[in-house]
Design a protein around this ligand. Structure first.
Ligand SMILES: [Fe+2]
Length: 492
């Protein structure tokens, strides 16, 4: 195989690693709080082959499932490729066969009709099942103990949607998983499938509706009573795809829309609110309602799209530091007839939000996200947005209180997971991979952070003997949940 392209998505922090590893007892600096017992799963895109095009986005990288197992103060690391149909076909050919990001018309004819998803965005844990999800296809089920791939998951043949989001929402009280698929009827379709799986993982509801236009719909939110579907003007078009063009183009003049419906209701109850043109949000922190028809959605907004490869495809000439945005609260009043809503500034720009699992869909006191620390020196080039985050923010949205942990210059921080504490007065712990420049290359560590006191920095660090490629999302699975799966496997 020839070398990877000299392109920002394949060099520096983004240089492919491609190693399947299994390392026991990583060196620990400091003491890991004993209540951190379980698995920190991560989804890591890492191309197994040189892409067909030199400017192919790193979002097309083959999904690897990675696990840090925390046990009795020790940490083990394992990472394996998800054996997607695409990965297996390319392994056999010893080269890339799939072309441009989400454009099957650019593929080698030998793989026509083969599932193109790379399962590289989020490890979702629900009902004792680990799913590696990417929004362009169905998720792949992975064995959480061996990390071996089981196969694509369609809820036992029940799900009609051809796609499943990487951003499912789980209600901690009911155990239900709320999710959706967009482009559900196939490439560039406007169809959205809204789905609910019960606490045992059975698909109990799948309803389809049409979006105002076929858009990138990366995330959504639930409150205790509502499901909220934001639509931002990053759109796709079948004719463009057939001509070999880009999947996404961002439309600076096109309005955004927010659809809200009762979460157990019918899709014909969806009510659409009109948002500003040209904006985008990848991630919603959370949503909640007051039980009287007022619904709040907290989200990370930018005034254009944050991905440079989409801006380039859209003729938008804006550098990362020229983007505006922030962490905002949108409040919708379902009692009023207008299609407008209230806007409140909550905090500085950033992304990769994390709420406690128990706070999902409910009013919440505090939460965390990643941001840029202007005192932290220039950000490391890395990740799909081209610049890696170098600060962790703890925010109390109710009163605007902010606490920031900047990482030192030459460091980058990945999205944290939250581990609850047994003590109800303690906010728990955050685990995040921090990459750092070292000897002309990079090294990675896991930082263990007191979630209620992030400014204090790491209380323990776990050192990796290798560099890690930037992750997309992670998921924390407590030891008890893993033990249930092990017991089930032994009984079978
Ligand atoms: Fe995401």
């Amino acid at each position: 195989m020839t070398a990877f392209p000299e392109h920002p998505d394949y060099t520096g922090l983004n240089a492919p690693v491609r190693m399947e590893l299994d390392i026991r007892n990583l060196p620990v600096e400091g003491v890991i709080p004993p209540e951190i017992e379980g698995a920190f799963f991560r989804a890591v895109p890492d191309p197994a082959h040189r892409p067909l095009r030199d400017d192919e986005t790193l979002l097309s990288g083959d999904g690897m499932v990675s696990r840090f197992l925390f046990e009795g103060g020790h940490v083990d690391y394992a990472i394996k490729y998800v054996r997607t149909a695409r990965y297996l076909a390319e392994q056999k050919a010893r080269r890339a066969l799939f072309g441009r990001y989400r454009n099957p018309f650019t593929d080698d004819p030998s793989v026509e009709g083969v599932d193109r998803t790379v399962a590289n965005t989020t490890p979702i844990w629900h009902a004792g099942r680990l799913l590696m999800a990417k929004e362009d296809g169905r998720a792949y089920e992975v064995d959480p103990i061996t990390l071996d791939t089981i196969g694509p998951w369609d809820f036992g043949g029940q799900m009609r949607s051809q796609t499943m989001t990487a951003h499912a929402r789980i209600d901690a009280d009911t155990g239900e998983m709320f999710f959706y698929g967009y482009e559900a009827a196939g490439l560039a379709s406007e169809d959205i499938a809204y789905c609910i799986a019960d606490r045992d993982g059975r698909l109990v509801s799948e309803q389809w509706f049409r979006a105002p236009y076929a858009a990138m719909m990366h995330d959504f939110a639930i409150s205790e009573r509502y499901a909220i579907f934001p639509i931002f003007p990053t759109t796709t078009d079948l004719d463009r795809l057939k001509e070999g063009g880009h999947h996404w183009v961002h439309n600076q003049e096109l309005e955004s829309w927010i659809g809200i419906m009762p979460r157990y209701g019918k899709v014909d109850e969806l009510r659409w609110f009109k948002g500003p043109p040209g904006i985008h949000s990848f991630h919603m922190m959370n949503a909640f309602d007051d039980g009287a028809g007022r619904v709040s959605l907290d989200l990370h907004l930018t005034d254009t799209i944050a991905f440079p490869f989409v801006r380039a495809a859209s003729g938008i000439e804006r550098q990362p530091w020229e983007m505006g945005g922030g962490f905002r609260r949108w409040t919708f009043d379902l009692n009023r007839p207008e299609d407008s809503f209230e806007v409140r500034d909550l905090g500085p720009p950033g992304d990769m939000p994390r709420v406690r699992d128990a706070d999902q869909g409910r009013p919440y006191r505090s939460a965390w996200y990643l941001s840029m620390n202007p005192q932290g020196g220039p950000p490391l080039p890395g990740g799909p947005a081209g610049a890696a985050f170098n600060a962790l923010v703890r925010i109390e949205p109710g009163n605007g209180r902010l606490e920031v942990m900047g990482v030192p210059p030459g460091h980058a921080i990945n999205e944290p997971v939250h581990v609850p504490a047994a003590d109800p007065d303690h906010e728990g712990w955050l685990l995040a991979v921090v990459d750092r420049q070292a000897d002309g290359d990079f090294r990675s560590d896991i930082w263990v952070i007191d979630a209620g006191n992030v400014a204090e920095g790491a209380v323990a660090k776990v050192h990796l003997p290798v560099r890690l490629r930037p992750q997309v999302h992670g998921w924390w699975v407590p030891r008890a949940a893993l033990e249930q799966v092990e017991a089930r496997a032994e009984a079978a």
